[in-house]
Design a protein around this ligand. Structure first.
Ligand SMILES: Nc1ncnc2c1ncn2[C@@H]1O[C@H](COP(=O)(O)OP(=O)(O)OP(=O)(O)O)[C@@H](O)[C@H]1O
Ligand SMILES: [Mg+2]
Length: 284
């Protein structure tokens, strides 16, 4: 079981920085016109999605956040932390950088075994009980994957989904990053609603770039993008949350069928009919 980040913090000797909020000051879209959203702040504990069609600038927006854009990127955005421009040492010192970005395309260059790789990272980050954090990280990742990750496996031998799961777990537990940006985790074949459920236990800022309606509706807010610009911010309401719960049930149904098919089971009409009847979508 995972507890709130406050407890996780206790196992570290270094605390990264006391971040209360992060603000995005709007710049311009691809055609050079001013973004409709002037400014938007995220506070600790917020879960935000960035949505919009392919090519509309979602990855560009999270890259701006990760880079602490300061009117020096093509979008002319500016990022503030606790209402102030970001100091240079946060931007350029990897040990102090408070943001972890799990990007759309991930590959490990290191062929160290998983356990060893995580131990080194935990040491660098000043964790006190290395074995405990490494085990917790692998346990967290394994709740998101199909096939469990084993400590002795080389990092380069992990599948795409295992890699993403491990990166998320590493950013949350070992990296202890207060701000985590995730670019389309739904495409890696990991258990995405489980990921969201686990992440909600941590008092951090999570930003999901997503095409997935369940993730978008389970977030507190969503930023809608078009043509490289932030168009509007929508806060999720109780009605949307209810729809999200139904969508989650549908996702779970699909996952259960996926798991049966992966195990080599035959699915007959009677079985599927029964199953779908039990999962009642009629009130959607
Ligand atoms: N505000 C902007 N100003 C100038 N160029 C931009 C801006 N926003 C996005 N672009 C450019 O538009 C292209 C597509 O953007 P991006 O990759 O961020 O889209 P995306 O929404 O992440 O797409 P996908 O859903 O396919 O991942 C990139 O070449 C990027 O540099
Ligand atoms: Mg993208």
């Amino acid at each position: 079981m995972y507890t709130k980040s406050v407890n996780i913090m206790n196992i570290f000797t270094k605390k990264i920085m006391d971040i209360k909020k992060i603000t995005i000051l709007g710049g311009k879209g691809k055609d050079g016109t001013k973004e409709k959203v002037d400014s938007f702040s995220l506070k600790m504990g917020d879960i935000v999605s960035i949505v919009g069609p392919t090519g509309c600038g979602k990855t560009t927006l999270i890259n701006d956040i990760e880079l602490f854009a300061n009117l020096n990127t093509p979008s002319d955005r500016q990022i503030l932390i606790n209402d102030e421009p970001v100091p240079d040492d946060l931007t350029f010192d990897p040990a102090k950088h408070p943001i972890a970005l799990i990007s759309q395309h991930t590959n490990f260059l290191s062929d160290l075994p998983v356990g060893e790789f995580l131990s080194i990272h935990a040491q660098v980050r000043g964790a006190q009980n290395i074995e405990q954090v490494v085990n917790e990280t692998i346990e967290f990742a394994n709740q998101l994957t199909g096939e469990a990750i084993i400590q002795g496996t080389a990092m380069t031998e992990l599948s795409g989904g295992q890699t993403r799961s491990l990166l998320i777990a590493d950013a949350v537990i070992i990296g202890n990053s207060p701000i985590i940006l995730l670019d389309e985790i739904e495409n890696a074949g990991i258990h995405k609603t489980k990921a969201l459920e686990l992440l909600k236990n941590y008092e951090k800022i999570f930003v999901f770039v997503t095409h997935d309606p369940t993730i978008a509706l389970l977030s507190d807010f969503r930023i809608v993008m078009k043509n490289g610009a932030m168009q509007k911010i929508i806060a999720s309401n109780p009605e949307e949350q209810q729809v999200a719960e139904k969508l989650k049930m549908m996702d779970d149904t699909i996952l259960q069928f996926r798991s049966l098919i992966r195990k080599g089971e035959n699915i007959n009409q009677a079985y599927a009919g029964n199953f779908l009847q039990q999962t009642n979508y009629s009130t959607l």
